[in-house]
Design a protein around this ligand. Structure first.
Ligand SMILES: [Zn+2]
Length: 565
């Protein structure tokens, strides 16, 4: 079952023509609904009541987050290439309607089997557009692949390869900024995944380098683990049971493999590869690996919600006595990092969800520790009942950006379950084996999302230390090309991220180009500069300085780079 979910200001549709013989008999009049969540739904081969129930349950949860109970179920066959038969689909549709009503939603439904004229106005918030997929894992997607292979000619396949377009977006939207600054693109063949261009990857790497320098000071080790692991790993971690719908599965011979949605389980295997003494704890593992999550995602979410993401993730394996101190250290680091971006923040504590492992006593102990740590910092906090992970309670930290929007970013978890499941151990001072605790934490969260937020937070004008190109060298004319190239070499050798605009074109146009790209400095070189071996520096703010030695400029940029740390 495929669902495209849209939170709409309004939807208006008119049944125009019966598409199939068994179309529902209805009065084909125009229907308009305002402020409603529309579920464009396609039922597929192999769908059944259980999937319908799952979909309704998730919809209900999701509508809770959006703060509405109004939903329109809209049959929409175009979402799938392996549709259920019309009679099956209609049966499931009616079941979905009934189930949704029984769950307390205010349910509307569009007729089945009709071609409809349609108008929608989708709300602009990040969760407004989502797509979801439900299946019993084996059947639907695998059956679809060979058929698609047979049917598609290379030409038809080629036609499906195109860049995702975002139309009618405001200039301040991170997708518009990303396109203008040539940071990244989205391609229709990789739904919900980012194609990083050189400049966007530079920004992401700068963030990672900055975090690495902080982690080094705190004695972290960095590890990297495979994307794929046998489902055995996900069974032990509980992901197979509690997170299955969000995992991408594949196979290798008879083995079923899952793409890692989180780094924890495989990090534990690194820990388990040797014995540890209490004297060596805590062990702090940091990881920057790609993760894959079949999350609710929509093309319109851009970087805010992607299926492939990277977190600034870490797992600290410690004795329970050390947990509080380690948590404090993490929050210190978090405050320092958020400070660099000038971000305000606030904490929430998420408690045990219904679908979870472990005993009440353990959950209470872990939750109390989190509350103690937050209180000791004098922070106000909000309690989010039942919003913890299936294995631990957590401190979630929301940042507030320059537009006053709040984003959940940092997460800090005290986990007493995974260590038991994975039989993690250390030898205590008594010579016996003990079970450690695990602290999971991420500060920026998904780097993709964080970058999206930052692009909007800074309105595309990234600070100098985060700018993918810090300086652009512009020769006044071709006569000065050689000197301009020398300047460029000195800059890059000095560690400045620089590029040259050596194409033909007027000075005015080149300055405008650089300004559009928000390049912090333009270095103009003409005869005067060449003779005196200097550059004329023009900042993106409009200030100018003449006769600047290249080495002085390099020192200035390095000082700017260093200042934020
Ligand atoms: Zn983790």
């Amino acid at each position: 079952m495929k669902i495209l979910q849209m939170h709409c200001d309004f939807i208006e549709y008119t049944p125009v023509k019966k598409e199939i013989r068994t179309a529902e008999g209805i009065d084909p009049k125009t229907v308009r609904e305002e402020d409603i969540v529309v579920l464009f739904t396609a039922f597929e081969q192999g769908d059944d009541s259980e999937l319908v129930k799952n979909a309704v349950r998730e919809t209900k949860d999701f509508l809770g987050k959006l703060g509405t109970l109004r939903v329109l179920i809209y049959p929409f066959a175009h979402l799938s290439q392996s549709l259920a038969s019309p009679s099956e689909a209609l049966g499931l549709l009616l079941e979905m309607e009934k189930e949704a009503k029984a769950s307390g939603l205010e349910v509307h439904r569009a007729p089945f089997g009709w071609t409809k004229a349609l108008q929608v106005k989708v709300k602009g918030h990040p969760l407004a557009e989502m797509s979801r997929s439900y299946s019993h894992g084996e059947g639907a997607p695998r059956a679809a692949l060979p058929r698609q292979k047979r049917e598609l000619s290379v030409e038809a396949a080629m036609a499906r390869i195109k860049r995702s377009d975002f139309v009618n977006l405001p200039e301040t939207d991170h997708r518009v900024i990303g396109e203008r600054l040539d940071l990244f693109s989205f391609q229709e063949v990789s739904p919900g995944m980012v194609y990083w261009h050189d400049k966007g990857l530079k920004v992401r790497n700068i963030l990672i380098d900055y975090l690495r320098s902080e982690l080094k000071k705190q004695g972290y080790q960095e590890v990297s683990t495979p994307t794929l692991a046998n489902t055995a790993l996900w069974m032990v971690s509980g992901h197979s049971e509690h997170y299955k719908d969000n995992m991408f599965l594949t196979s290798l011979g008879d083995e079923e493999l899952g793409m890692k949605p989180m780094n924890c389980p495989s990090t534990f295997l690194v820990y388990k590869s040797r014995k540890w003494s209490f004297r060596e704890l805590p062990v702090r593992y940091a990881t920057f690996d790609p993760l894959y999550r079949n999350e609710l995602s929509g093309v319109a979410s851009g970087l805010f919600r992607v299926k492939s993401l990277m977190q600034d993730d870490a797992h600290i394996i410690a004795t329970e006595d050390q947990a509080e101190g380690e948590l404090s250290k993490m929050l210190d680091l978090m405050e320092r990092v958020y400070g660099v971006f000038g971000l305000q923040y606030k904490a929430k504590i998420s408690t045990r969800p219904d679908d979870s492992m472990g005993s009440d006593e353990e959950w209470e102990r872990a939750t109390d520790t989190l509350i103690r740590v937050v209180k000791s910092r004098g922070w106000k906090y909000e309690v989010k009942e039942k919003e913890g992970n299936f294995y631990s309670p957590k401190i979630d930290v929301d940042i507030r950006d320059s537009l006053g929007r709040e984003w959940q970013c940092g997460t800090f978890q005290l986990d007493l379950q995974m260590p038991k499941r994975f039989r993690l151990a250390y030898t205590g001072s008594d010579g016996k084996e003990h079970v450690p605790v695990v602290l999971h934490r991420t500060i920026l969260g998904s780097l993709e999302r964080f970058m999206g937020v930052m692009l909007e937070h800074y309105r595309g004008v990234l600070p100098i230390w985060l700018s993918p190109v810090q300086a652009r060298v512009i020769p006044l004319s071709d006569e000065h090309l050689k000197y301009a190239q020398e300047v460029l070499t000195s800059l890059t050798e000095g560690g400045v991220r620089a590029e040259g605009d050596f194409a033909s074109g007027t000075m005015g146009a080149k300055i405008r180009d650089a300004q559009l790209l928000k390049v912090p400095y333009m270095l103009v070189v003409g005869k005067k500069e060449e003779d005196s071996r200097t550059v004329a520096v023009r900042s993106r703010g409009g200030e100018q300085a003449f006769g600047v030695k290249v080495s002085d400029f390099v020192s200035q940029v390095s000082a700017d780079d260093a200042a934020f740390r």
